[in-house]
Design a binder for this molecule. Sequence first.
Ligand code: FES
Length: 85
Amino acid sequence: MIVCVCKSVSDRKIRASIAEGADSFEELQFELGVATCCGKCEESVREVMAQCGICESHCGVERPVPVSLPPAQPMPITFYERKAA
Ligand code: FES
């Protein structure tokens, strides 16, 4: 699928570039020219980067870890409901 229309760059090209070592948005801009014309593809490029496990902050976290919370307990609303609980 074409990600950057202005430069005719597909997601496959972006993935290939990442596989060859590109590890930042700026590097992809330099290597492929993505988001250097109208800039509308920036979010999509970053999305492909995230899918490839590239964290823009280079913090080492590949993907956000979903936090599982315990199921919410219904809150007693009235005085009598609170008293009964
Ligand atoms: S669509 Fe990528 S710069 Fe325009």
